[in-house]
Each structure stands twice: as C-alpha cells, then as structure tokens.
Design a protein around this ligand. Structure first.
Ligand code: CU
Length: 151
C-alpha cells in the first residue's frame, strides 16, 4: 500500500515536471501531452478536450485519471474503429469482452482505482480512434465510456 502511494507520488511529480518544462514547440518529433479524465457513477469524461472532443496530438499522452465517484472504477484504452457505445458485452459477466475488443493499449493496474484516487498512465498513441471505458461489472453498460481521437 505504502509502495503504491510512493509510486503514485513519483508519477505525479514526474507529470508535474514534464508538463512544466515541456516546450510548446509543436514541431517537436517527440510530442508529449496530458489528458485529464474524470471517472464517476456512471460516466467517463475528458476534462480538457472541449465540448467537441477535439483530437489529441499523436505521441506520448499522459492520462491523469481521477476517480471522483464513490465506487472503484477501471480505465482501459482500446484502439478500435468501433464507436464507444458499440463494444461487445459478455452478458454473463456484464462486462465488455476483453478478448474480442481489439488492441488494448493500456489500463490501470489492479483493474480498479479507488474513490478520490488519481492515477497517471502514459501511453504512446498513434493517430486513430480509441475507446476508453470502465470494465467493472455493469459500468460500461451504465455509460462509463468515451471516444478519444488522436491525429
Ligand atoms: Cu466504473
């Protein structure tokens, strides 16, 4: 537990350092950006993509995932051309079928994030369409998903 908190603290410090000293030269080949995501019952929302859900720039994207809800939530990033609301659900488990969902690019460890917790997940993302969702039983079906674009 203490070790997890330590790792989380280090990740948060790294995120602060990288965002404060990152150049704003958009021609940089090694583009890095952050994307804040809020999880709650039952939604997954991108806090800095605007109302039109504008695309993020390809490169390393550090997701700052915040659980603002009262339950544990999950966070899975999949590269897929399926729309966010059309992933295949295994009705027995009440979960998205992770075997058929496509390329899982990343997820938070232990498959859940406790209430009032934050986790930073850095992923190298190429241009395309992504779906991000929570796969705690019944949460996807309740609306915990979002469409994420990279260009
Ligand atoms: Cu959830």
């Amino acid at each position: 537990m203490n070790r997890n908190i330590l790792i989380l603290s280090v990740l948060m410090c790294l995120a602060i350092v990288s965002s404060s000293c990152g150049g704003d030269d958009s021609s940089s080949a090694n583009n890095e950006s952050t994307a804040r995501v809020k999880l709650e019952e039952y939604s997954l929302s991108f806090l800095d993509r605007g109302s039109s859900n504008s695309p993020a720039k390809a490169g390393t994207i550090a997701f700052q995932v915040e659980n603002k809800g009262l339950l544990n939530h999950d966070f899975i990033v999949v590269k897929t051309n399926l729309t966010a609301d059309s992933l295949e659900v295994n009705s027995f488990e009440a979960k998205v079928n992770e075997q058929t969902v496509g390329e899982i690019l990343g997820r938070i460890p232990q498959e859940n994030l406790g209430p009032s917790s934050t986790y930073s997940l850095s992923l190298n993302m190429s241009p395309g369409k992504y779906v991000i969702f929570c796969n705690v039983a019944a949460h996807y079906q309740s609306g915990m998903y979002g469409q994420f674009y990279v260009e």
